[in-house]
Design a protein around this ligand. Structure first.
Ligand SMILES: Nc1nc2c(c(=O)[nH]1)N[C@H]1C(S)=C(S)[C@@H](COP(=O)(O)OP(=O)(O)OC[C@H]3O[C@@H](n4cnc5c(=O)[nH]c(N)nc54)[C@H](O)[C@@H]3O)O[C@H]1N2
Ligand SMILES: Nc1nc2c(c(=O)[nH]1)N[C@H]1C(S)=C(S)[C@@H](COP(=O)(O)OP(=O)(O)OC[C@H]3O[C@@H](n4cnc5c(=O)[nH]c(N)nc54)[C@H](O)[C@@H]3O)O[C@H]1N2
Ligand code: SF4
Ligand SMILES: [Mo]
Length: 693
């Protein structure tokens, strides 16, 4: 047999690393091993284990291969094979019926980031806008983090992430890159090896990232802003603040200094559960090492005060003036730099801003008829779901399941696997995986725009998202639009040309485009992205330049200056524990739930609890325990874990509901109420009680 041919792609998953991939294509056209491209400076030859073994997911015996029509009761799991034509005709008929009965807004196309491909993911918008279906306010992941970061800087961008490797100190805050974005570790370890850089990690339990740190801070969930304020207190107190920088580049340094004067390490210790010494040490390390790179993750923003925490952490770099140095500053995501023209893919000319934009996280309330969540509009009676698995990942899971069980709700799920959402569908359509279709990807955690071409044939009758979107448009009589007649490659070519990035042919040759802005821009040396060029310690919370539905949640009470904002779901006598639902290494949300190797590595659903806390409730290591709150209960096994703060428990991963003895997944416990000021779900901010099962 000949040696496999190496072709190139990009990882399509919702992971900030968006790795450049070298893919073995075997003689028979099948895919072999997947590796990280070593000539991509961010990927630098390293990818996570779950994607390295992607063939397991591609050639999985459980892939959906044919269109299916439900024959049993809802959710019973009995389907029969039908043709694509028959399936799509049923979908079109049901959508037209819904439209006739309650208006077009009773149809809710629902998607997220199962693929991050800009064509296959976002073409759903074109269908939605063409038909006037309800829009989707995409809140499940980024709202608090992005809003909080933009609050200070004015835009979602920062220093070149590759500069981590030339930093003298890397602060990895509220992210667990060993699990969630392995390349951050690659560059941080390079800095450690080549420059003796220190690595500091802030998390709520001893993650595998934290265990590698020179200083690992385990604090109570939702208290990061207190830590940030105390750090700034010390920086001002001990002369580490860069006063020239503050004067030139920030809005109100004097007010901030006066404000944090009372935010002492003692004050923060009482809130965070850290020792005064830990806080002083952290602050001193940050003060003494100006070239510090703050790599701010999503995890610490998934709390009811998460936006404030992100903003507070980003303020530290402005106090030290770390932004001025290569390898210094704060980075969260590079969304702003790409400036792609997506008007064709998304059909912007068809968009009617008056159409309601339903909050994705409120899907449970929406499907169970909550008037406020429905924005006083018609009920949702028909859905097309692509790239997401709400019957596992959405908060208020009990309501979500109740909603999907409605007999009067028609659901079409386009999927690669029989997910728990697909099981609730009336029609299931087989979807391609990324190596079976063309797409274009932008890196959130780096600065490359990348190409992911079709490299192999899809199995069975699997078809790409674009096909389904275009066919439903045609069969429901949507107004015509050139976007409905273009192939994925034509869409990519159009997007590149219109954005000033050349042609698809050139892009394909280059494999990626490095869109890193100039140093001065990336480090905001030409000013921050507000009209006066100043970083905001005091943001105008109702007018952050971020995508939003207008201010929501208790936004009017947001603290003016960085502060600990006590709106989290505090523990109390009846709910003595705080639960965070951190990411599992071998799953990506629920993707890879289906592969045997990932299932084996993750074992079983467990809750990490400190032996001391467990003893108080008569719980032994490995016992079945019940976690509960007003939203429901979850049964799973206890795992003794050292290094947790008292009263804090961690459940890693989004396992399918069915993996739990009582069929209730972890999101049974998480809440959906929008976080201020622009929404999002507080997945790591849940008060619960625990008892022996
Ligand atoms: N293996 C794997 N990789 C993934 C994912 C996955 O599920 N598994 N998910 C992908 C997706 S969709 C995303 S958005 C990214 C997210 O990746 P990250 O930015 O890493 O964010 P999270 O996964 O939410 O959580 C990161 C860490 O934050 C910690 N944390 C929780 N609450 C707090 C807090 O209050 N303070 C602090 N300091 N830390 C806290 C958690 O314990 C966790 O270790 O990862 C992506 N990559
Ligand atoms: N408890 C708890 N819940 C959470 C989180 C948490 O930290 N804790 N994290 C939240 C976050 S950050 C996120 S982003 C969400 C993510 O939640 P989801 O977006 O639902 O992510 P996945 O569970 O990975 O589901 C993606 C689905 O898309 C499918 N898919 C992939 N590619 C394609 C394609 O090309 N076409 C089609 N039709 N389908 C495709 C996959 O097979 C998979 O079933 O979960 C959230 N839920
Ligand atoms: S680290 Fe993230 S982007 Fe890289 S291969 Fe793994 S899932 Fe994909
Ligand atoms: Mo996410």
């Amino acid at each position: 047999m000949n040696a496999p041919v190496i072709r190139h792609s990009a990882c399509p998953h919702d992971c900030p690393s968006t790795c450049a991939l070298d893919v073995e294509v075997l003689e028979d056209g099948r895919i072999g091993r997947v590796r990280g491209s070593s000539d991509n400076l961010y990927t630098a030859g390293v990818i996570c284990a779950k994607v390295a073994r992607y063939a397991e997911r591609l050639y999985h015996p459980d892939r959906v291969l044919h269109p299916l029509k439900r024959v049993g009761r809802k959710g019973e799991g009995r389907f029969e094979r039908v043709s694509w034509d028959e399936a799509l005709d049923i979908v079109a008929k049901k959508f037209l019926e819904a439209e006739e009965r309650h208006g077009a807004q009773s149809v809710w196309p629902y998607h997220f980031a199962g693929t991050m491909g800009l064509v296959q993911r976002d073409s759903l918008q074109r269908l939605r806008h063409a038909k006037g279906y309800s829009r989707e306010f995409e809140t499940i992941c980024t709202n608090m983090a992005w809003t909080g970061f933009i609050a200070g800087t004015g835009r979602l961008a920062g220093p070149d992430p590759r500069e981590i490797a030339v930093s003298d100190q890397v602060v990895i805050w509220g992210t667990n890159p060993v699990n969630t974005q392995v390349n951050v570790m690659t560059h941080a370890i390079t800095a450690r090896k080549t420059r003796g850089a220190k690595i500091i990690v802030v998390d709520v339990y001893p993650t595998d990232t934290l265990k590698q740190a020179d200083l690992g801070l385990v604090l109570k969930p939702g208290t990061d802003a207190a830590l940030a304020c105390a750090v700034m207190h010390v920086l001002f107190r001990d002369g580490y603040a860069d006063r020239l920088y503050l004067e030139k580049y920030t809005d109100c340094p004097g007010e901030l200094e006066a404000h944090v004067a009372t935010r002492t390490p003692e004050w923060a210790a009482a809130i965070t559960g850290l020792t005064v010494e830990e806080i002083e040490t952290f602050a001193r390390m940050v003060g003494e090492t100006k070239r510090t790179f703050f790599r701010l993750g999503y995890g610490f923003t998934r709390s009811r005060n998460g936006t404030v925490s992100m903003h507070a952490a980003s303020c530290i770099a402005a106090v030290t003036g770390a932004w001025q140095l290569e390898g210094g500053g704060a980075f969260h995501n590079n969304g702003w730099i790409y400036k792609l023209d997506k008007s064709m893919v998304e059909g912007h000319d068809l968009r009617d801003p008056a159409t309601r934009r339903l909050d994705q996280c409120l899907i449970g309330r929406i499907l169970t008829g909550d008037r406020e969540a429905l924005q006083d509009g018609p009920p949702v009676t028909a859905m097309l779901i692509q790239n997401t698995n709400p019957v596992s990942v959405a908060p208020e899971q009990a309501l979500v399941k109740q909603g999907f069980a409605r007999e009067d709700l028609f659901v079409c799920v386009h999927e690669q696997f029989m997910t728990e959402t697909a099981l609730m569908a009336d029609i299931v359509l087989p979807a391609t995986q990324f190596l079976e279709h063309d797409d274009i990807y932008k890196g959130g955690g780096h600065q490359y725009l990348m190409f992911g071409p079709k490299l192999t044939e899809a199995p069975g009758e699997a078809r790409e998202n674009l096909y389904v979107q275009n066919e439903i448009a045609r069969r429901t009589g949507a107004p015509d639009h050139p976007g409905f007649h273009m192939t994925a490659r034509e869409h990519i070519d159009w997007m590149l040309r219109k954005s000033g990035y050349g042609t698809l042919e050139e892009f394909e040759q280059k494999r990626w485009l490095d869109l890193q802005p100039e140093f001065e821009d990336a480090h905001y040396l030409n000013g921050f992205a507000y009209p006066d060029g100043k970083f905001r310690f005091k943001p105008d919370w109702a007018h952050i330049p971020a995508d939003n539905n207008g201010p929501m949640g208790p936004w009017a009470d947001l603290p003016a200056l960085p502060d600990y904002w006590p709106v989290i779901e505090e523990a109390d006598e009846t709910h003595p524990f705080r639960l965070a639902t951190s990411p599992a290494r071998s799953f990506l949300n629920t993707t890879f739930n289906e592969t045997r190797s990932s299932r084996k590595k993750e074992g079983r659903p467990e809750v990490m609890i400190s032996p001391k806390d467990a003893a108080r409730f008569g719980i032994a290591d490995g016992d079945l325990v019940v976690l509960g709150n007003r939203r429901g209960t979850v049964t799973l096994h206890a795992r003794f874990t050292d290094g947790l703060k008292p009263g804090v428990v961690i459940a890693e991963g989004i396992w399918p509901n069915e993996a739990y003895p009582d069929g209730n997944g972890i999101n049974t416990l998480t809440g959906a109420e929008p976080v201020a000021p622009y929404g999002g779900a507080a997945f790591h901010d849940t008060a619960i009680w625990i008892r022996k099962g």
